[in-house]
Design a protein around this ligand. Sequence first.
Ligand SMILES: Cc1cc2nc3c(=O)[nH]c(=O)nc-3n(C[C@H](O)[C@H](O)[C@H](O)COP(=O)(O)OP(=O)(O)OC[C@H]3O[C@@H](n4cnc5c(N)ncnc54)[C@H](O)[C@@H]3O)c2cc1C
Length: 418
Amino acid sequence: MRDDLLQPGRLWWNWFGEQYFVPRYVAKPRTEEDVQDIVRAARRMDLPIRASGAGHSNPAVVPTPGIHVDFDDFRDVISVDPDLLRVVVRPGIRVGDLSRFLRTRGMSLNNQGDIDTQTIAGAIMTATHGAGITLPCFSAQMIAARMVIADGSILDLSAETDGELFKAFRTSLGMFGLIVSITLQAVPSYNIRKTSWNADTEDCLTSLHDLLRDNRTFWFFWLPHKDSADLFELPATVPSRTTRDNDICHMRAYNAVPASTPAPALNAGEVFDHSSVIYPNVYMPNFREVEYAVPFARFEETFDALRQLFRSTYPEALFPIECRPVKADDSYLSAYSERDGYALSVSGPLEESTWPMLRDVDAIFDRYDGRPHWGKHHFMSQARMEKLFPRYDTFKALRREIDPDGIFLNDHLRALFV
Ligand SMILES: Cc1cc2nc3c(=O)[nH]c(=O)nc-3n(C[C@H](O)[C@H](O)[C@H](O)COP(=O)(O)OP(=O)(O)OC[C@H]3O[C@@H](n4cnc5c(N)ncnc54)[C@H](O)[C@@H]3O)c2cc1C
């Protein structure tokens, strides 16, 4: 083992500063052998292990008293297959770096989320998603992976050969082992024409199904307050189909054309660029957030209940509610497991006083079968998991088989998955 591989633990905190811990050791692997050595050392010392990506998750998915494995130095592209449009990467590569690399090889990611500074492993392990009724989350873009499991050996898994185990692994919060490489299915390089505008909420809801049908991606932010748009730095200059300044929606439609297509003439509120440029936005770590995905067919009643709650109980709330449709996938634990969903994300300021509001919001999601985003705050219990995830028990049994001593668990995960 490299002499300098295990370093004394250092304070780690997540992007929001909400989660922090000092582990016994921290390790920054650069090779697969490093990762195996770390797991074997953990076994010898009887210490638990947790991996971190870019630390953009809200809940305590990373903290451990044992060995913290930081994949920041393990982020290169291993190989590319331009015929099959596949790429093999190390887990710590940032979504944006991968997306820009793919562009140079005539490819794009099928979809991306709101930011591109997450690691690819973190995005996959939490079922991070973008928007689009025909576009599934990141977990579904992974077709194979290689990891170091609890006994220090290597396990290769692929969608083709490891059906059920792979479906369990797709969204597993690092509980199966330390991922050392990921194979992703990309698509031919495309540009996006992005159109943004503001509209009355009632008009948004009336035209919702047409907008979803007519655009590759349609999503919107509900702006409860006249200052909401400023808070997210949403562009003030978009064309507006409303004269109101609250209870309105900021709408976005994305349509793709092959990257070789010349730029079209653009209207006000439109931009046109490569997918790697259009998807990412910039956020400040000033919010506390929950996100749940309700069944697609229950979106309107859920949205209506949230809107009523804000207007009656929290009329001064500023933070926009983001509403994004996502296609079903086959992973056991993604919020879209075997069902098309609508992700609604609700935030408040990064203050203690935000919790009661998020609890009220959670009660609404519970009523409408909302499943949590694993990278955002949630109030899950085993009883709720039983109700929401048909494959929950199978997931727990497979996790036990692959890591019988639970070295890849921490308290947060043990409460839900053991
Ligand atoms: C500003 C902001 C915008 C966001 N936008 C979106 C969005 O548009 N859509 C969306 O769905 N989500 C979004 N998220 C949530 C975010 O995508 C997820 O929290 C994601 O997991 C963050 O990735 P990360 O690299 O920071 O992973 P981390 O938060 O560091 O880790 C996530 C999980 O991955 C595991 N992990 C990481 N590396 C490995 C490895 N090598 N082996 C095994 N396990 C590993 C960790 O143990 C942990 O369980 C956003 C978050 C922020 C802060």
